[in-house]
Design a protein around this ligand. Sequence first.
Ligand code: NAD
Length: 455
Amino acid sequence: MFSNIIRSEQRHGGDTVTVTDPRTLTELWPVPMATENDLDEAVQAAREAFPIWKARPLEDRQQCLHRMADELETRQDELRPILAKESGRSDVLAKIEIDDALRKQRLYFSFSLSLSVEYEDESVRIVFTYPPLGVVGAICPWNFPLVLEVGKGLAALVMGNCVIVKPSPMTPYATLKFVEYTLDIRVLQALNESNEVGARMTTHPDIDKISFTGSTATGRRIAESAGRSLKRVTLELGGNDASIVCADIDVNEVAARVAQGCFFHAGQMCVATKRVYVHRDVLPQFRSAFIAAVQKIVIDRAAEHSPLFSPLQNRMQYQIVQDFLADSAKQVHTFSVGGPERDGKPLPGLYISPTVVDRPPDNARIVQEEQFGPVIPILEWSDEAELIRRVNATESGLGACVWALDVATAERIARQLEVGTVWLNSFANPHPHGYFSGWKQSGIGGEWGRQGLLS
Ligand code: NAD
């Protein structure tokens, strides 16, 4: 049974909706819809809790969040099938997300961050502090519902804020359960609803900050409405990440890893590679190896063969990706593998065949826009300056990857990319080779790590 969580109570009342399992197209469980009155009550409860929570020492709050992570760890076997079913993930992929959420939680309550900086300037003692803001509305997308909620919620909580989390109506279940596990914490509440309560959060006079992750279009609307009351915002928006492949790489190894970076969870990841630029000298070999890697992906409802590949999570996203395919077909692009389904056996659920589009023109939709699905254009490059101009010609500078045996070349290219994060010879792995460029990002501000805590 699923419920909204207000004032540390499970609320079951009101209208309910159900979400469809994208693998089987069967209806999942009823879940109540929150109303504007529920939002008002949650905000009031948060305002009452705020002075007490912020007065507790940082170490106390960290201990509290420790219990939250323990509870998630203990109940992960219960949560995993819920997360898998609502998001279309395999059990393996759901486990990866829960493990990641646990890792991030442990990080947030083990860091030691000085919350004030003091120095003497002649006769004056100057103290900078990082006070909590108050009540934070955390609005989440459907692609990684649990880990994104944890990233937003815990950073705000540990810094002394109270949080009201609003999951995407496409994936409400794991988020509501997770908050239910933490009923005794009293400073985290959760409301399921369509987009209206989310919109109301952005104008609510007693919410101090909106932390939003989602599409660029919604991010613009939120910036506009939050701006009216000068609410602070963090907006983590869409990406159109490029992978740049240089001529000196080991073709077979890199092609397989780039394919993984493109088709992980069927491309439904903000920092998935969404366009691949391959140096002319290795293009034919790379393309063959890339296609071979893509052809190994097997679509089966039980996800026994390719557990890292998924169906599209919802009908709206399924239709968006179908529209990209239709547009490429209309422009007579070359499909090296996949493409619009013609005859053949229909795929189960909301699956779309992994597709590679061979060298479409730069102004094609599939190059210019975020597809957020398993349709990937391969493009050719030879001149570095021209490459940089083409890669930077996007509104969504979220991330990028550079693949080169010569690390100095990789770094030189990375430094010219106008994106938030570049991974060198590594797919979405910020630790060993991550390189932060910080030139241009997707949205405003950022979550995670020190930046997330301070914002
Ligand atoms: P979306 O913008 O459609 O919805 C996100 C959330 O916003 C949902 O909870 C939705 O109910 C809510 N919402 C919709 N209209 C609203 C309004 N007017 N006011 C307030 N809330 C509103 O995004 P989505 O389709 O759920 O997610 C996919 C997008 O998210 C992709 O573009 C992806 O790149 C992006 N994303 C970005 C990151 C990142 O870290 N930058 C991470 C994951 C996903």
